[in-house]
Design a protein. Structure first.
Length: 141
């Protein structure tokens, strides 16, 4: 039996789940305010590319026992993700943003809030070199 592990980065696409779904809902309803540009870096992958990566690994005997990270190869900032969501749903992209210092102050209220702010504005960027060795190439979506 062959066993490989594929760890996907943040997955986007139709019927998105989790934090991206919550963010998209907030952007649509207008309660998710524009994020400051912090130049953080986040890895993502489209669901179709993730499926292609899974099939590629499943078909390659050299993948046995390996751990792969699946990303689309482009790092995004949280503000870029916010802007893209706004654009996709047809909302104008605000020219202003929440001041980072305000988010830093709100983080002091509780460790739980600090964790959420750090997760939202922090880095979460990976490399997919092992998948690239198998000649994985994402398609632009």
């Amino acid at each position: 039996m062959y066993v490989s592990i594929i760890h996907p980065s943040l997955v986007y696409g139709p019927n998105v789940k989790g934090n991206l779904k919550l963010m998209l809902s907030g952007v649509k309803k207008g309660w998710f305010l524009p994020l400051p540009e912090t130049n953080n870096k986040r890895s993502m992958i489209h669901v179709d590319d993730l499926v292609r990566a899974i099939l590629l690994v499943a078909d390659d005997n050299h993948a046995n026992g390996e751990i792969f990270i699946a990303i689309d190869g482009t790092p995004y900032s949280s503000r870029e993700i916010y802007n893209t969501m706004s654009d996709v749903i047809g909302k104008s992209i605000p020219k202003w943003s929440l001041p980072k210092v305000l988010l830093d102050l709100v983080s002091l209220v509780s460790p739980r809030i600090k964790y959420k702010v750090d997760k939202l504005l922090g880095d979460d960027c990976y490399s997919s070199k092992k998948l690239e060795v198998l000649e994985f190439k994402e398609k632009r979506h």
